[in-house]
Design a protein around this ligand. Sequence first.
Ligand SMILES: Cc1cc2nc3c(=O)[nH]c(=O)nc-3n(C[C@H](O)[C@H](O)[C@H](O)COP(=O)(O)OP(=O)(O)OC[C@H]3O[C@@H](n4cnc5c(N)ncnc54)[C@H](O)[C@@H]3O)c2cc1C
Length: 431
Amino acid sequence: MTEQRVAIVGAGVAGLHCASILLENGLEVLIFDRETEVGGRMKTTNMDGFLLDHGFHVLQTAYPNASRVIDYKALRCKPFQPGALVVDSRKGKPKIRRMADPWRQPIRGMISAFNGFAGMADLLRIARLRRDVLKGTIDTQFDGDDNTTMEWLHSRGFSESMIQRFFLPLFSGIFLESDLRTNERMFRFVFRMMSKGKMVLPVDGIGSVPAKMAEQIGEDKFRLGVRIGGIDEGSVRFRGEAHRFDAVVKAFSESEGDGPSRSVWTMHLDAEKAPFRSKHILLNGNLSEPSSLIAHVAVPSNVQSSYAPDGRNLVTVTIVGDRVTAAGIQEPSSIEAAAREELGQWFGDGTVSTWKTLDVNCVENALPEIGAGIRLTNQPRQGESGATECGDYLLHGSVEGALLTAEKAAQEIIEKLKNPTSSNQQPMRRF
Ligand SMILES: Cc1cc2nc3c(=O)[nH]c(=O)nc-3n(C[C@H](O)[C@H](O)[C@H](O)COP(=O)(O)OP(=O)(O)OC[C@H]3O[C@@H](n4cnc5c(N)ncnc54)[C@H](O)[C@@H]3O)c2cc1C
C-alpha cells in the first residue's frame, strides 16, 4: 500500500508540529513555505556572533503542550529571574527599581513595597491574583467575564500607578498593543503561565525551536521558498499548477492586512558594558506618557552569554507598533533616534552613544487580534476556509496556542484519511 501524502502549507511551529504528528502516524508529508527558512514568526539571525531574535521572544516552561513538544533541556534553555526592574522618571532623575515577585521572593517583595514603587496593598493584590489564576485548570482561566485586560485590572482594585508602571509596560510588550485591550482571559492565561513556570531563552536563539523541530522531521520533507497560491482539500497550487495530495493543511493566517494589526519594532544594540547585570527585563514605568515609546529593555546576553560574542553584550529594545504610529514616526532611523534619546535619559547619553546599533526591524501582524467580548476559550476554533487549518490565529497568539491547533488539525487529517467518504469537496481557495 502506498503512503498517503499530506501537503502542509506553512513551516511555523504549528505546521511543523502538525507534520511531526502525521509522520508519527505513518503518513507522508511535504511542507511548503514561501520563506527560505523555517520558523515563521520564530526566527533568529546570527549577526557577527550576536543572536538577534526577530522580536523579543521567550518560552514559558509552564506551557503544558509546549513542554511535551519542546525539549528545553536539549535547547539548553536558561531562565530570566522572576520579578522585573522598572525605570521611573516621575521625580526628575530616572531611577531603576526592582519589583520583586512577592510570592517567590516575599522578603524582596516587602522591600519593593517600601521603595516607593508599589504599595503594600498592590503587592497583596498581586499575591491574590497569583493565587486565583493558579486555581483550577487552564480552562478555568477562560471562564467568566471576557472584558479587556485593562477593565479587569481595574476591577481587581489595582492602583493606577501599579497598572501604568508595571502591568502596562509588561503586558503591552507581551500583547503588542498599548491599551491593554486584549481579552482578560488571555491575561489570566499568561499570568498563570508566568506564575507557575519560568521564562527561558534557548542557547541558540528562539529560532532554534522550529529549527530543531524541522531537523527531526528531515530536510527532504521541505519545499522552502515556494509561495502557495491556492489550496483545496486535495491539491496545492504553485508556479501556475495544481499539485495533487491526499490531504492539505493550511498552517498560516490569511487575515494579514484586515482590521487592527499588532506590530512590534525591535532595536538590537551592541554594548561593551551591560546597562544592568541582573537577569530581569527592564520595564518602562513612564509608558503611559505620550512621548514615551519603549515598552521594555532586555539584555539577553545576561541570561544566555551565547547571545553576544565574548566581551560584548546584547541590549534588546522593544517598541510596540501602535506607539510609533501614535507618535507619527515610521522610518527606522527616526524610531532609532527616538529610542536612543529615551535610553539616554535612563542610562546617560554618553553611555548610550557608545552602543552600536546592530538592527532595527519591524514584525508586522505579529499576533492575532484577541479583543474583549469574543468568548475566548482554550479550544482551537474551526478555520473559515473549509480546509483543515492550524496556527495561533485559531486560538491565541502564543507558542502553546499554535501547538494546540496543530494537534487538532493532525487529528482531523488522520480521521479524514481513515474515512474518505466523509469528505466534502470545496472549490480551490486562492491567496
Ligand atoms: C515578536 C514576537 C514575540 C513573540 N513572543 C512570544 C512569546 O514570548 N511567547 C509565546 O508563546 N509566543 C510569542 N509570540 C507568538 C508566537 O511566535 C506565535 O504564536 C507562533 O510562532 C505562531 O506560529 P504559527 O505556526 O501559528 O504561525 P507562523 O509562525 O506565522 O507560520 C506561518 C508560516 O506560513 C508561511 N506562509 C504564509 N503564507 C504562505 C503561502 N501562501 N505559501 C507558503 N507559505 C506561507 C509563513 O511564511 C510562515 O512561515 C511572539 C510573536 C512575535 C512576532
